[in-house]
Design a protein around this ligand. Structure first.
Ligand code: GDG
Length: 491
């Protein structure tokens, strides 16, 4: 079983005199002013949830955009700060972007072009040349920051996600000694879907600057190789899972991401969680009710309207469950400057209003809307309270919410309803798997979750817990570090 300590030992052995550098758009710790005082928060994102425990274990430097309004006031003269606050384990180097750059590079090209391009959720990508040009400039800015951090030393650079597709090539050209890997946290679509991107060749050439490129699933690796094969003059070796471009080799590998299972399971058993569960039951007036839960970053890929429609259909078909079951929808709004995100928030608002209006009685409202950032203790108490959780993504690279629910179900009584279109569905086959587009079947899945015998719930949950426990975040990191080290030795 991989642990933080075992990963630390592996890193010391494999990386030796190499500096370990993580690069991502999003920073793991954001400083902001709240009523004149500086607060430090971790943003709700799958990427930071996954990488912070690894950086704590490895040390090194994390290069990221400083997006908090107190970020500049908390760094030293080299734009660095040691984190986590109070227990510093690694260095955070902040990169600054103007508001216009953030608009074009982050909200524009990254989240209004690449995100919808890679997720098949029927939201059309918007390609804008001015945004693309800023995206290129910002990738260059990140490259300069990484090169400054590395100096003349040796380094393993681990790049994250779709905001930084041009970075690996820039780094490799500037310093051929670097060992560069990238992990792609979202799906990679098939070549027909990807080819609508006017800059597909530049993006692929950028990504093939990596020595190693990781995806969650082998299916995404295959899609990537097919895309390279169609779009570039490159050799694709499907037996060895490699792309050779301009004489340089990139290994393409699946690494299904995960969570710190032991940490989540331990926190689930804190005494404070029990007290918070009691507080929630009282304040939400759900004592004695059956409880369902959805927790998501509000995003049109997460299938939130689809689950609300399924819950509506369930109440319509099975009226005897009215007054007995509530569904709590929680999560934080994100990327609200992108029009499609504003639309999804509006759609969720009106669906909740509609369903509640249709069924509510004097003492019962079927959907409880708890949107907005919630304290981690409340999130944990909700997971523990929930008789069932719904993860209904229309398309999702992995989905850590599903794994967190499994790890938190310490009494093995929870039921997970999980979309077939998540990466997590490949591992969590004991969930009730649903197609979120098929509302009637989805409604039946909710009934099945509520009526499942206790022994079956326990049997399924026990098996899923064993899978997440073994395939934890430290295994994910250890597998990547081991592959990166092979590059050094030319294996
Ligand atoms: C991308 C890929 C892939 C959510 N709301 C709140 C909150 N959260 C936390 C969850 C979880 C994280 O945010 C979301 O992670 P996911 O993996 O589910 O989704 P994305 O953010 O879309 O992540 C995804 C991931 O990258 C990693 O590779 O799995 O497929 O899309 O940890 O618990 N946390 C708090 N309050 C909230 O309201 N505190």
């Amino acid at each position: 079983m991989w642990t933080r300590e075992a990963l630390h030992e592996l890193v010391v052995e494999k990386l030796r005199d190499y500096l370990f550098v993580v690069v991502s758009n999003r920073e793991p710790y954001v400083h902001s002013y709240v009523s004149g005082a500086i607060h430090c928060d971790m943003p709700p994102s799958g990427l930071t949830t996954a990488l912070d425990p690894i950086m704590r274990a490895c040390g090194g430097t994390w290069v990221a955009h400083g997006g908090g309004n107190a970020d500049r006031d908390t760094v030293d003269e080299n734009d660095r700060i040691r984190v986590p606050p109070g227990d510093p384990r690694y260095t955070l180097r902040r990169v600054w972007l103007s508001k216009e750059e953030e608009d074009a590079y982050y909200y524009g090209f990254s989240n209004d072009a690449l995100w919808p391009l890679c997720h098949i959720a029927y939201t059309r990508p918007t390609f804008n040349e001015a945004e693309w040009n800023v995206y290129r400039t910002v990738n260059e800015r990140f490259a300069n920051a990484v090169l400054e951090e590395v100096g003349t030393g040796k380094a393993f650079v681990f790049v994250q996600d779709y905001h930084l597709t041009l970075l690996p090539r820039l780094l490799r050209e500037a310093n051929p000694e670097l060992i560069i890997a990238q992990f792609w946290h979202i799906p990679w679509p098939n070549p027909e879907a990807f080819r609508v991107c006017p800059w597909q060749a530049e993006i692929l050439t950028g990504l093939l600057g990596n020595h190693l490129l990781g995806f969650h699933l082998r299916y995404h690796c295959n899609n990537f190789l097919d895309t390279v094969d169609r779009a570039l003059e490159a050799r694709v070796d499907r037996d060895r899972y490699e792309a050779i471009h301009g004489g340089e080799k990139t290994a393409i590998r699946p690494f299904p991401i995960s969570i710190d299972f032991e940490d989540v399971a331990r926190r689930a058993q804190d005494e404070a969680v029990q007290a918070e569960m009691e507080r929630l039951k009282l304040s939400l007036e759900i004592k004695g009710m059956l409880v369902g839960m959805g927790l998501d970053r509000i995003d049109y890929t997460k299938g939130i309207p689809d689950r609300l429609r399924a819950f509506d259909r369930f109440l319509e078909r099975y009226p005897h469950y009215r007054n007995k079951v509530v569904f709590i929808q929680t999560g934080v709004p994100s990327r609200v400057h992108v029009p499609a995100y504003r639309r999804i928030n509006d759609e969720i608002d009106s669906l909740i209003e509609e369903v509640n209006w249709k069924y509510e009685t004097e003492h019962w409202r079927p959907i409880i809307d708890l949107r907005g950032p919630l304290p981690p203790l409340t999130v944990m108490a909700l997971r523990r309270l929930a008789d069932f959780a719904i993860v209904s993504s229309l398309h999702d690279g992995m989905n850590l919410v599903a794994k967190e629910y499994v790890a938190s179900s310490v009494d093995e009584r929870g039921v997970l309803i999980l979309s077939l279109f998540t990466g997590a569905a490949r591992e969590l086959t004991d969930a009730i798997l649903v197609n979120p587009y098929a509302t009637d079947y989805f409604a039946e899945a909710i009934r099945a979750a509520l009526e499942m015998p206790l022994e079956e719930k326990q049997r399924r949950m026990r098996r899923m817990r064993a899978i997440v426990q073994e395939n934890n975040i430290y295994k994910w990191a250890a597998d990547i570090v081991t592959e990166m080290a092979k590059v050094e030795f030319g294996a």
